[in-house]
Design a protein around this ligand. Sequence first.
Ligand code: DQA
Length: 146
Amino acid sequence: MSRVIDVLNGPNLNLLGQRQPEIYGHETLADIRAMLENRATISGIEIGFFQSNHEGAIIDRIHAARGKADGIIINPAAHTHTSVAILDALKTFEGPVVEVHLSNVHQRETFRHHSYVSQRADGVIAGLGTLGYRAALDFLIQRLEA
Ligand code: DQA
């Protein structure tokens, strides 16, 4: 059975490439998806890809990943700093979780310095741009292959 990594993206990330490119870069979410799918294919891994501007939809997607996905990469976007509900949902998921931020949140406003999600994440990547997603995938593939 093929392994599945679910890649979840929170609010406003649908506008990646147009949204504050000086902070988030020029690549789009579709570019990230294509890059991850290319990398995953080499290892025979399937990528599930999801973006929502709605907290509840992200929670539903995490529930759907239970027992189905082998790992989660999540950029919860602004929900990172506010959502106990996403943290609780991730705590119901049994596999490894990597939290990714395109920007270095620790270099930005203080309200971005705290993450609820980090309490559950096995790893946290910030400030590497789209390469952060790629690093997260490499980590999870290594975990699955171990
Ligand atoms: C972000 C950082 C968050 O603080 C912000 O709300 C985002 C994107 C990032 O990828 O750098 O929407 O998660």
